[in-house]
Design a protein around this ligand. Structure first.
Ligand code: NAG
Ligand code: NAG
Ligand code: NAG
Ligand code: NAG
Ligand code: NAG
Ligand code: NAG
Ligand code: NAG
Ligand code: NAG
Ligand code: NAG
Length: 555
């Protein structure tokens, strides 16, 4: 488990939602690992993980060139209570690199609330991710070493220091040089267009298994965050195979394919500003509130605190909290700030406590939240997960951009400056996400798996785009919707990354009506929600877990 900068681990994953405890009784016929399901060229579901059925499908690495071999793609299905179901919705939680199967095991309830009970929900691990091949882990078989290395790679990247920036540039190049030695050519085939074709392949196998014509089979889909890249890619490659499609937390996918990730932070500062407003409205329930007379007075104290921290990193030596002395910086704080914007109900209370500490020159809570000063236990007790989501993320995104962005030191420096203009609060840390890692990777998708460009298309079913009114990292629903004739945008009045940050009957109602009847909400619909990030901790509205690796701090 990567602790520090776990923002960088799941940066474009939807904010995690409430976990669901799933019965875990012994049952010999119940499969609990995809390793126990031999890959098969047809669709064979077997019972798995208590409440699901699983299929492990063998697919060609390149559908146009069978000679390069095959790999396996893992599917896990939750059967709708109402059978026969209206179809199977393939779901993607983001990343790239995040496991739909893991998400379904942990947060199925969030999906069923939104999607209702008339479709089966199918988690598919995209190529290169968790249960699906090919293996694109540059440290295969050494998970603890991999996680230790990733901590090192993303540690202490401060673009304001020319020396640290230069060091990071070299480190990130070394990542590519290293992986090019440890991976083989199968890594070329882990990319989004190929995964989109796997979705079509699934729909065709499903139709076949139901005695229907595969040529007419359509894909039903719900994808958020990076899932918006996968969904729009599918819809552009196979416009007449689009079934019901819900695309949430919408990336500027053109920018994603360019490879500099320069259009993410369009609303990031607005999301930070919402913290000041919610904190003011919450009053003493917000740990950063001090008899302030307005949201603006909170902002002024916050900005003064941050400016002070830039010049004065804070040593943390409290033996009751940290295992070794450490120092926290403004970069550490900006990292946590960014994560908190993904899921305000889960993390604004922590953000308020951390900011209140820092205002008093106390960095203890920040050190705890970021893992500074705490031994990363997974590296020592062997509990690092076998697969990481960081590695697939880097490899898949780099294959997708196919070196369209030339990663020179000058270009990276310019990108840091550009992002800083977009967001004064988190622009310093965003460009480290992915861009510099691509430059020395010796992989490239075959030509037929390189995404060409977006053009206006008619899809066989109009697409429903969704997002929060303020999404800190993906707010390009207007731009992407314009490529798809007849598509409609549905917003909900909340702050965070993806619809999962709140449960709103209004949103779920429109989504389910679309799924059941094809009827879209009227253009311009904004759903009201009961969004209150500082509602008391016992409230059912406080949804979401801390992102992986960030301990839940109780205040
Ligand atoms: C084991 O799982 C199968 C398939 O879901 C089910 O039919 C069977 O009743 C289960 N057996 C026990 C002992 O729980
Ligand atoms: C999983 O199965 C158990 C036993 O049937 C059931 O109690 C539980 O509600 C199921 N979970 C979901 C999300 O359906
Ligand atoms: C991968 O999938 C397994 C189920 O096969 C799940 O238990 C595990 O949490 C997932 N790991 C990651 C890192 O997604
Ligand atoms: C790459 O390595 C994997 C695992 O070692 C192996 O199964 C696969 O056949 C190799 N693929 C290629 C294209 O060499
Ligand atoms: C807030 O104001 C009230 C009344 O003006 C005062 O009693 C209290 O001490 C103040 N609290 C803080 C934290 O300044
Ligand atoms: C610093 O913050 C921690 C956590 O809130 C607190 O327990 C500790 O007493 C504070 N240290 C000082 C010197 O105030
Ligand atoms: C990046 O650098 C190259 C070479 O210096 C230059 O030709 C190119 O225009 C730059 N690209 C961007 C997007 O800034
Ligand atoms: C990002 O990439 C696009 C396309 O290559 C380019 O036009 C733009 O100038 C780049 N922006 C930055 C800040 O590098
Ligand atoms: C979509 O279909 C309509 C009706 O046939 C047509 O008028 C329109 O030009 C099409 N749009 C595109 C982008 O092909």
């Amino acid at each position: 488990m990567v602790h520090r900068y776990s923002a960088l681990a799941g940066l474009l994953a939807t904010a995690a939602a409430t976990p669901l405890s799933i019965r875990n009784d012994a049952n010999q016929t119940m499969v609990r690992s995809f390793k126990d399901i031999p890959p098969s060229t047809d669709l064979k579901y077997v019972p798995c993980f208590d409440n699901f059925t699983c299929a492990n499908i063998e697919v060609p690495l390149d559908y146009d060139n069978p000679d390069v071999g095959t790999t396996n793609v893992a599917f896990m299905r939750y059967d709708a209570p109402n059978q026969p179901a209206m179809g199977d919705i393939i779901w993607n939680p983001g990343g790239p690199g995040d496991s739909a199967i893991e998400f379904m095991l942990e947060a199925l309830e969030m999906l069923t609330f939104l999607l209702g009970d008339s479709y089966n929900i199918v988690g598919m691990d995209p190529r290169g991710v968790n249960n699906s091949g090919p293996n694109i882990d540059c440290f295969a078989g050494q998970p603890a070493l991999r996680d230790y290395y990733l901590l090192e790679l993303f540690n202490n990247i401060d673009p304001r220091s020319p020396i640290l920036l230069e060091k990071y540039y070299q480190d990130s190049g070394a990542f590519g040089t290293w992986c090019s030695q440890t991976l083989n050519a199968s890594a070329n085939y882990a990319n989004t267009p190929a995964t989109a074709t796997d979705m079509l392949h699934y729909a065709e196998l499903l139709a076949e298994s139901q005695g229907q014509s595969p040529e007419e089979a359509k894909v039903h889909y719900y994808g958020a965050s990076y899932g918006s890249a996968l969904g729009t890619t599918f819809a552009s490659l196979y416009p007449d195979r689009v079934g019901r499609f819900i695309i949430d937390a919408v990336l500027d996918v053109e920018d994603y394919y360019f490879g500099n990730w320069s259009q993410n932070l369009l609303q990031a500062d607005k999301a930070v500003e919402s913290f000041f407003r919610f904190c003011y409205e919450a009053g003493p329930k917000c740990a950063f509130f001090r008899n302030d007379s307005s949201a603006d007075s909170i902002k002024q104290r916050f900005d003064a605190m941050l400016e002070d921290l830039e010049d004065n990193p804070i040593a943390v030596t409290d033996v009751n909290f940290v295992q070794f002395p450490t120092t926290v910086t403004h970069i550490d704080f900006r990292g946590f700030l960014l994560i908190s914007l993904y899921n305000p109900p889960a993390l604004f209370p922590s953000l308020a406590g951390i900011a209140a500490g820092l205002e008093n020159h106390n960095g203890t809570l920040l050190a705890l939240a970021t893992g500074n000063g705490v031994m990363p236990s997974a590296e020592c007790d062997g509990t690092s997960p076998e697969v990481s989501s960081v590695q697939p993320k880097l490899l898949i995104a780099c294959n997708d951009n196919n070196k369209r962005f030339t990663v020179t030191e000058e270009n990276v420096t310019a990108l840091f400056e550009y992002d800083k203009q977009l967001s004064t609060y988190v622009g310093d840390i965003w460009p480290a996400v992915i861009v510099p890692q691509c430059r020395n990777l010796d992989f490239a998708p075959p030509e037929n798996q390189v995404f060409q460009k977006f053009e206006k298309v008619n899809t066989s079913t109009p697409i429903l785009f969704t997002d929060n009114v303020i999404d800190p990292v993906t707010s390009s629903y207007e731009k992407m919707s314009a490529f798809y004739e007849g598509s409609v945008i549905l917003l909900q009045d909340a702050v965070g990354h993806g619809l999962v940050v709140t449960q709103a009957e209004c949103t779920a109602g429109y989504v389910q009506k679309y799924l059941q009847t094809g009827e879209l909400p009227p253009p311009g619909t904004v759903c009201d929600t009961q969004f209150e990030p500082f509602a008391s901790t016992t409230s059912a509205k406080k949804r979401g877990l801390a992102p992986r690796g960030i301990p839940n701090i109780p205040f």
